[in-house]
Design a protein around this ligand. Structure first.
Ligand code: AQP
Length: 348
């Protein structure tokens, strides 16, 4: 992948080209990105980017839901890291927009208006809220309202499709329900988006515990949980070779444990080979061979991404110029949608 050293000229994003669907998706700058973020979200964005109009967002307001862990300087640095990771993974800034959520004030404004039409019971039911609130002495209102902000992010851009990992399904369904409820109350105003989940890599599980989703917060505490996008290849290989499988030592068709299914899913998402074909090749073969093939494939996939990431992290001027251009472009869309929303609801 190559990144031009000068700022590319971006073709206009609005009005939408009639033949292309507009995609919106985001990543939280809550820590180091991992293989799950890459295979479940960023790689599919790259694969489909030229067939769609793209609005990719670093959702920093979402990173504030647990204020006790917010470090302001780190938050800004993480935002820059996510932008560099998008570009290094192959997001083409001449075609796709990349911006930071808090730079477009309309996200917060729309969230308030949507809060007012969202029944509390809908938020109470969100499984991510339940799991993140569990065991906490204090649960902020932001953690409960987080999916409404996500709905605002999506609806603010007249989004047609939201490409995300499997864990976000419930939130995207909620965004649709909120759009329908708003339209029911105030007339046809908001576009209800569709969900797009990749066939392979939609839910990458923890390598040290394949019963839980690979996640940034767990990875911070457990070194063998995830492969980081910027992880040293030797360490990445070690983590994959240590992946939990089961007490057996070779693959028996039809009896695969969650750890083996996870490794095959990762291999499929990286190489494009179907899980069925991988399973067929491994019938009766030891897990060590599977792990070695997964490690080779992951390292080969991430090596060029890492080289580009390192280069971009030293080119602040380039990252800023991409952000400035994209922000100006997506702001136009957000302002247009907000004018419509304010008009419908009678404010502004
Ligand atoms: N394990 C995963 N497998 C596939 N896709 C995943 N995604 C996240 N984890 C996996 C997808 O990555 C995009 C951005 O996700 P996010 O920024 O919401 O972050 P996260 O990684 O989901 O956050 P964590 O790591 O889970 O944070 P904590 O640890 O705070 O809970 C989304 O499209 C998501 O589906």
């Amino acid at each position: 992948m190559s990144t031009p050293s000068s700022v590319p000229s971006l073709s206009p994003l609005t009005p939408a080209a009639p033949s292309k669907l507009r995609a919106f998706s985001g990543v939280q700058p809550t820590g180091k990105l991992h293989l799950g973020n890459y295979l479940g979200a960023i790689k599919p964005w790259v694969q489909h980017q030229h067939a769609r109009e793209n609005v990719f967002c670093v959702v920093d307001l979402h990173a504030l839901t647990i204020p006790e862990v917010v470090n302001p300087a780190q938050l800004r640095a993480n935002c820059r890291g996510v932008v560099a990771a998008f570009l290094a993974s192959g997001i083409d800034p001449a075609h796709s927009n990349i911006f930071i959520q808090s730079h477009i004030r309309e996200h917060a404004e729309l969230q308030w208006l949507l809060n007012c039409v969202t029944p509390l019971g809908w938020l109470d039911r969100m499984t991510q809220f339940k799991s993140k609130a569990e065991g906490r002495e204090t649960v902020g209102a932001g953690l409960l309202n987080y999916p409404v902000l996500q709905a605002a992010d999506i609806l603010l851009y007249d989004t047609d499709v939201v490409p995300v990992g499997d864990d976000q399904k419930q939130h995207i369904e909620l965004a649709r329900d909120i759009a329908f409820r708003f339209n029911h109350l105030f007339g046809e105003t908001l576009k209800a988006p569709a969900l797009s989940v990749p066939l392979a890599g939609a839910r990458v599980m923890g390598l040290d515990d394949p019963t839980v989703k690979m996640s940034k917060s767990i990875a911070e505490q457990r070194p063998n949980h995830a492969v980081g996008l910027d992880q040293d290849p030797a360490k990445a290989r070690k983590v994959i070779m240590k992946a939990v499988t089961d007490t057996g030592c070779e693959y028996a068709p039809g009896l695969a444990s969650p750890g083996v299914v996870n490794l095959m899913g990762i291999l499929s998402a990286v190489t494009g080979e179907s899980v069925d074909s991988i399973a067929e090749r491994y019938a009766g073969r030891g897990y060590g061979y599977l792990k070695a093939e997964v490690a080779d494939a992951v390292v080969a996939e991430l090596t060029p991404v890492q080289a580009e990431y390192a280069r971009l992290m030293n080119d602040h001027g380039y990252l800023d110029s991409i952000l400035n251009t994209s922000t100006a472009r997506v702001r136009e869309i957000a302002e247009g949608v907000m004018r419509r929303v304010r008009g419908a609801i009678g404010v502004g």
